[in-house]
Design a protein around this ligand. Structure first.
Ligand SMILES: [Zn+2]
Length: 94
């Protein structure tokens, strides 16, 4: 069985790992470590569960709201629809 890498307290981009998500723990399989999920707090204060592999490989560097905000800033230059969407859903981009 592979040894679990404890990510508690580590930082990945905007994430700080709080603790392992006990619900998404798949013991006694070869993929056990791959599937480990971690409860993380973004710098913006939102909390989410993130796959450990996504954290370690740099695929997830912050919460979906921060990511969407960044993406939205790119969209808004080119797409009026995105601008309208942001105006209608300001809470997602605050
Ligand atoms: Zn965030």
């Amino acid at each position: 069985m592979p040894k679990l890498i404890d990510l508690t307290g580590q930082r990945f981009g905007s994430w700080t790992v709080l603790y392992r998500d006990p619900e998404d723990y798949i013991p006694n399989t070869d993929n056990y470590q791959k599937h480990s999920q971690w409860v993380c707090r973004c710098d913006c204060g939102r909390v989410a569960t993130v796959l450990g592999s996504n954290l370690r490989q740099g695929h997830s560097k912050g919460c979906v709201y921060c990511h969407n905000k960044k993406r939205a800033e790119t969209w808004v230059k080119y797409h009026d629809a995105a601008r309208r969407y942001m105006a209608e859903h300001p809470e997602q981009y605050a």
